[in-house]
Every structure is written in structure tokens, then in C-alpha cells.
Design a protein around this ligand. Structure first.
Ligand SMILES: [Zn+2]
Length: 399
């Protein structure tokens, strides 16, 4: 019950949380990535303090220094930046970024044009399903299309998820490489004024798009029912604007308008009308061969903040930091269990540090699971790094 706690308690609670619950050791090991290409001390951390003072270019050489820095500054927010060729410093304008995880940031506020259950900062179990789809699509693409293995998934603490790819090839990827991956993942284009935001052309679909559609299909009916994409006049009108063929659009409008408001039934009717129309109009099918898929993507495909992925020095919230507004811990989760996350079971600093809280035991367990998930990714990363160094000789330890 976050409501019964007071944000003012944070300044007393955070030092205890950092000392007792924050997985400092694994955190330092994760950030140092086997000390290559540079040691931990060259990694930038940034803190936001209680009075909104923002400290950049902080760094630590080991866990002990992290603990000291936590106790001294008591950050309300903890962000992670890039690895430089020198110790990060505000005064050094000649420092060069050498490495940085490839990161993805997905936030439910970017879904406000399609989600109908909540708006802005609010989030519930229904709209969380958009995150489940995003996680599955991105994770599969990173693993199967790019061969990445060391992928960390983190709940942002409020209404989104972050993905960190720590494979050496990902960390040392240059800007054009990052942009290419971001663009490859990005299928939804155009701002508010663009009605049809997905265009898949007329050729057979690329296997990665087909795979993404298969993932969306698993959830699509559920989402139609949860979100009622087509149930009101306004939503139906938005939907109809996506259909490029005027004759078809009118046919659909006429039928759907007279139907019960159930989005699932309306969708099924739409699919029937579309299929019949295409059977009778050879030119129509050529113009909108993948219309069904395009609409499903427009409603459900991940909406990425691609500037975060493209950028080298974009600071991103650290795993296990506390969201100052919700008190929630940015837990690490396994992508295959994204679906099982219940937002009110995400541990908060308040419930973790309050033995009398009814959620205490459950949240302690969930916190331990999150730390274990983190350890698994970090151990696997260290193993991959050790193998890579063995393969390419001992020169990787030069600083
Ligand atoms: Zn919701």
C-alpha cells in the first residue's frame, strides 16, 4: 500500500535500502563487464538528489566506493551512462566514449493513442500486456536476428521497461550501427496526424515481421477485449481512417456501425469483409495485401523511444533504483515471465523495509527473485567475456 507512505521518508530509508538490499556486488560486476574495454572507474554514474540536484560524471572503482558514495549522497534516482577512455569528469572535454550497452526504452505513455484503460502515468494489468508483447518481440529479435545473448530486462519502476544488451559487440557498436538496429526494430512511423502508421508494402513479409505478428496474434484477441479498440464511435472512426481503400472503408463502416459494440466481434466482421473484398478485387489486394497485419502492428507493436537506442550517452535509470514517486524497485525480470508480473507485487522500498507491512514477506521474496535474475545475466555475461578473451588472446585486459 504505497499510499500510506510518505515520500519524505525516502531520505531515511534510502541509505538502509542501499546498504542492505541493493545488490552492490553484482551491480559493480555488471557495470564493469569483465573490465573491458575499460575498468569500472571509467563508467559514468549520475545521481539525482532529494532537492532535484543533478550530479553527472560520478564514478566508482569498486563496491566499497559505491557504498560510500551511496551513503554520502543518498541518491533519489540513479542513472547509468557510458564508459569513457578516462575517468569521467565534467572538466574533460576531450574524453571519448568507448562503450555503452545497447539500450531500449519502452514507456506506456507512448501507447496513449491506442491504450484505452489508462492514460499518462497510470498503468494497470491490462495495459501491461503491451509491455509483455514488446518484451517478447524485442528479445526474440535481439537473440535470433542479431545473436545477442546477454540481455537484461528491467521494470522502469512505473510504467515501462528497459532492455540492456551487454554483449561485447553491442557495447562497442558505433552510432550508425545503433541507428540501424533501432530502425530495424521500428515499424510504426508518423505522428499524431498520420492515420496509417504502418506500411509493409506488397512483397512477402520479412521473417522478423512475420515472427512479430505471430507474437502479437497470441495476445490480440485479449487486447481487443481489454482495450475495446473498436467499441466507441470515436475509436471506430480512428480505426476506419487506417483503411486506405474508400469503397472498402464504407462497406466496413456500414456493417460495423450497426453491430454490437464488442471490439472482438467488430474485428472479426472486418476481417471477413476485407477477405471477401480482396477476393473480388484483384487490384485491391495489390494495394493492401498486408492490411490486417499492418493494423495489428499499429495497435500492438512496441513503440520505442529510438533516440535512447541511437544515442551513446543517453543516461538510463539503473536496475534496482527506486522510483521516487511510486517507491517501486526497478526489478530485473526474465523476459519469459514478463506476463506473470503483477504490478502491485513489485517490491517497494516501503514494504521491504517495514516488517509490519502485510506485503513484506511477498515483496522480500520477489526482491530475492529479481536479484537472482540479475545474477544469472551477470554470471552469463562474465562467462561470455572470459571465453571471448580466451579466443582473442590476453590483450583484452590492457587499459
Ligand atoms: Zn491500463
Amino acid at each position: 500500500m504505497v499510499g500510506q507512505y510518505d515520500e519524505n521518508l525516502l531520505s531515511d530509508m534510502l541509505p538502509i535500502y542501499y546498504a542492505k538490499l541493493f545488490p552492490q556486488n553484482v551491480f559493480c560486476r555488471w557495470l564493469s563487464c569483465g573490465n573491458y574495454p575499460q575498468p569500472l572507474g571509467n563508467r559514468e554514474l549520475s545521481f539525482t538528489l532529494s532537492d532535484d540536484v543533478y550530479l553527472r560524471y560520478l564514478s566508482i572503482n569498486n563496491q566499497k566506493e559505491l557504498q560510500t558514495l551511496f551513503q554520502k549522497k543518498c541518491p533519489y534516482k540513479l542513472d547509468i551512462g557510458a564508459v569513457y577512455n578516462t575517468k569521467p569528469s565534467i572538466g574533460r572535454h576531450d574524453s571519448i566514449i568507448l562503450a555503452r550497452e545497447l539500450v531500449f526504452d519502452i514507456d506506456l505513455t507512448d501507447y496513449d493513442e491506442v491504450r484505452t484503460c489508462c492514460k499518462e502515468a497510470k498503468v494497470c494489468g491490462k495495459c501491461w500486456k503491451f509491455m509483455v508483447i514488446a518484451c517478447e518481440i524485442i528479445h526474440t529479435a535481439l537473440r535470433d536476428d542479431f545473436g545477442f545473448q546477454n540481455i537484461l530486462w528491467v521494470f522502469s519502476g512505473r510504467r515501462g521497461i528497459h532492455c540492456w544488451v551487454s554483449d561485447h559487440e553491442a557495447r562497442t557498436l558505433d552510432s550508425p550501427g545503433r541507428s540501424a538496429i533501432a530502425d530495424y526494430m521500428c515499424l510504426i512511423t508518423g505522428g499524431e496526424n498520420q492515420n496509417k502508421k504502418v506500411n509493409l508494402g506488397n512483397d512477402n513479409l520479412h521473417s522478423s515481421i512475420r515472427r512479430a505478428i505471430n507474437i502479437i496474434e497470441k495476445y490480440f484477441k485479449e487486447l481487443l477485449e481489454d482495450q475495446e479498440f473498436l467499441s466507441t464511435t470515436e475509436r471506430l472512426s480512428t480505426f476506419l481512417k487506417i483503411i486506405p481503400d474508400e469503397t472498402l472503408r464504407h462497406q466496413i463502416e456500414k456493417v460495423l456501425d450497426k453491430m454490437p459494440t464488442s471490439s472482438l466481434q467488430r474485428w472479426e466482421s472486418f476481417v471477413d469483409i476485407y477477405n471477401n473484398y480482396c477476393k473480388e478485387n484483384v487490384t485491391a489486394i495489390r494495394k493492401m495485401k498486408h492490411l490486417i497485419e499492418e493494423i495489428m502492428i499499429q495497435y500492438c507493436y512496441p513503440r520505442l523511444d529510438i533516440n535512447v537506442t541511437k544515442g551513446f550517452n543517453h543516461l538510463l535509470k539503473s536496475p534496482f533504483s527506486i522510483h521516487p514517486k511510486t517507491g517501486k524497485v526497478s526489478i530485473v525480470f526474465k523476459p519469459e515471465f514478463a506476463r506473470d508480473i503483477k504490478l502491485d507485487e513489485v517490491p517497494t522500498i516501503y514494504t521491504l523495509l517495514d516488517d509490519a507491512s502485510p506485503e513484506n514477506a511477498q515483496h522480500q521474496t520477489n526482491m530475492r527473485t529479481a536479484v537472482k535474475n540479475f545474477q544469472e545475466v551477470v554470471f552469463s555475461l562474465e562467462k561470455t567475456e572470459a571465453l571471448r578473451r580466451k579466443k582473442y588472446g590476453g590483450n583484452s585486459m590492457e587499459f
